[in-house]
Design a binder for this molecule. Structure first.
Ligand SMILES: Cc1cc2nc3c(=O)[nH]c(=O)nc-3n(C[C@H](O)[C@H](O)[C@H](O)COP(=O)(O)OP(=O)(O)OC[C@H]3O[C@@H](n4cnc5c(N)ncnc54)[C@H](O)[C@@H]3O)c2cc1C
Length: 378
C-alpha cells in the first residue's frame, strides 16, 4: 500500500514538492491549502524573474538545477513556454562601486558570465537608464521572465496525473505524531499521514509548532510592488518593451521591470512581519518613486495598482529542506525568500528525494546539504 503524504501549503513550494513526491509510486500525495485558491499568498505576488547571480550558494545551486525543467518541461504539463528572455541590468551610482564589483565578480559564474557595460551602452538597451546618474552597469544576459501561473499549474497537473489530491479551504490546525505516522487535524476533519511536508511559507514555523516540532527561526519580510503606466518613461516606444532588460540597483534598493504597456516597480523593501495577508504601505511606494525618479529617466507621477507579499527567510537566508532531525516523518520545505519561483523545480525534486532517502542526481548533489537541512539549527 502507498504511504500517505500530506503537503501543507499550496504556493509554488508546496505544489512543486507535491508534484515531485507524486512521481514516486510508493506515495499518495494530498496537497492542503487554507485559502480558497492555490497560490493566493507570496506565489501570486512575485516579480516573476529568473536571475542566476542572486542568493546564497545553496540557492544558486538550486536555481541552476531548476533551469532544465523551465526550459524543457516534461511532456504534457504546459501549453506554452515557461521562460522568455529578459536580461537584467544591475546599475549603481558613484557611491556603489564596492557592491558593484562584488556582484560583477559573483556574476562570472553565470552562464553567460555577467559583463560590464558603459552607462551609455546600457541606455541603448533600456531607455530608463540615465547615463548622468549611473556610474556602473553590468548585464546578466542569461536571465528570464518566468510564467509563474503556468509553472504552478504545471506542478498541479503533474500531481493530478499521478492521482494526487488537492484540498483547498482546508487549514491544518495541528498534527499529532502517533507511533510511525501523523494524525493531521484540519478544518475539514482529520487525515492520517505517513509524512507531513511543511511548505507553509510565512507560516512555516507556525505549522512546525502545531506539529510539536522545534521552529527554525523563519522571518517573513514584506516586499512591496506596484505598476505604473508606460507614460512614466517619457518618449519611450513601449512597443519595444519586451526587449528591454529589467533594471535592478546593485544595493537592491529598487528595481523596475517592463511588463507589457506598464512597468513593475519595487522599493525592494524587507520589513519584518508576522505571517499574514500582506498589504502595501503608501510610504514604501513613495520612497520607491523618489529613488527611481532620482536615479533613472523615469518620471513616475501615479500608480496603477500595488500589492505586497512576504518573502520568508531562515536566519542564514538559505532554504530549509528535508526531514527534521527529531522526527524524520516531518519534512521541511520553507525559507524560499526571494527566489522561491526560480528554484521551485529543484527544491520540489530535492524535497521528494530527501523524503524517500534516495541518492541525489548530479545536479542536486551540487547543493550543499549542510546549508539546507534543518539539522544546522539544532
Ligand atoms: C514582491 C515580490 C517579488 C518576488 N520576486 C521573485 C522573483 O522575481 N523570482 C523568484 O523566484 N521569487 C520571487 N519572489 C519570492 C517568491 O514569490 C517566494 O519565494 C515564493 O512564492 C514562496 O512560495 P511559498 O510556496 O513558500 O509561499 P506561499 O506562496 O506564501 O505559499 C504558502 C501557502 O501555505 C498556506 N498555508 C500556510 N499555513 C497553512 C495551514 N496551516 N494550512 C493550510 N495551508 C497553509 C498559505 O495559505 C499559502 O498559500 C518575490 C516575492 C515578492 C513578495
Amino acid at each position: 500500500m502507498a504511504e500517505r503524504v500530506v503537503v501543507v501549503g499550496g504556493g509554488i513550494a508546496g505544489a512543486s514538492a507535491a508534484a515531485f513526491l507524486s512521481e514516486n509510486a510508493d506515495f499518495h500525495v494530498t496537497l492542503v491549502e487554507q485559502e480558497r485558491n492555490l497560490a493566493h499568498h507570496t506565489t501570486g505576488r512575485s516579480a516573476a524573474q529568473w536571475i542566476q547571480n542572486y542568493g546564497v550558494p545553496a540557492t544558486r545551486a538550486l536555481t541552476k538545477a531548476s533551469f532544465d525543467f523551465f526550459a524543457s518541461p516534461p511532456e504534457g504539463l504546459v501549453d506554452s513556454a515557461l521562460l522568455h528572455d529578459r536580461a537584467v541590468l544591475l546599475i549603481g551610482n558613484e557611491h556603489q562601486e564596492e557592491g558593484f564589483r562584488e556582484l560583477l565578480a559573483a556574476g562570472q559564474d553565470s552562464v553567460p558570465p555577467a559583463r560590464q557595460l558603459t552607462p551609455e551602452e546600457a541606455a541603448v538597451l533600456n531607455p530608463g537608464v540615465d547615463p548622468e546618474t549611473t556610474a556602473f552597469v553590468m548585464i546578466e544576459d542569461g536571465s528570464f521572465d518566468i510564467d509563474v501561473a503556468a509553472t504552478h499549474q504545471a506542478f498541479v497537473r503533474m500531481l493530478k496525473r499521478n492521482s494526487g489530491t488537492i484540498a483547498t479551504s482546508t487549514k491544518v490546525n495541528a498534527a499529532t505524531p502517533t507511533a510511525d505516522r501523523w494524525s493531521v487535524h484540519t478544518t475539514a476533519g482529520p487525515i492520517v499521514a505517513d509524512y507531513l511536508v511543511n511548505a507553509a511559507g510565512a507560516w512555516g514555523d507556525v505549522v512546525a509548532e502545531a506539529a510539536g516540532i522545534q521552529p527554525v527561526g523563519l522571518q517573513p519580510r514584506r516586499r512591496t510592488a506596484f505598476m505604473v503606466n508606460g507614460s512614466a518613461l517619457p518618449d519611450a516606444d513601449m512597443s519595444r518593451s519586451s526587449e528591454w532588460p529589467m533594471l535592478i540597483n546593485v544595493a537592491h534598493d529598487w528595481y523596475v521591470k517592463p511588463d507589457g504597456q506598464q512597468f513593475l516597480c519595487s522599493p525592494a523593501d524587507q520589513t519584518p512581519s508576522e505571517p499574514m495577508d500582506a498589504r502595501p504601505e503608501e510610504l514604501d511606494i513613495a520612497r520607491a518613486i523618489d529613488i527611481i525618479n532620482k536615479y533613472t529617466r523615469f518620471q513616475i507621477r501615479s500608480v496603477v495598482s500595488s500589492w505586497a507579499g512576504l518573502r520568508t527567510f531562515a536566519p542564514d537566508e538559505s532554504m530549509v529542506i528535508g526531514p527534521d532531525p527529531a522526527n524524520r516523518r516531518f519534512i521541511w520545505c520553507v525559507g524560499q525568500g526571494g527566489t522561491g519561483i526560480q528554484t521551485s523545480p529543484a527544491a520540489g525534486r530535492l524535497t521528494a528525494l530527501l523524503t524517500s532517502c534516495e541518492q541525489l542526481p548530479i545536479d542536486l548533489a551540487a547543493v550543499d546539504l549542510a546549508a539546507i537541512l534543518a539539522d544546522r539549527f539544532r
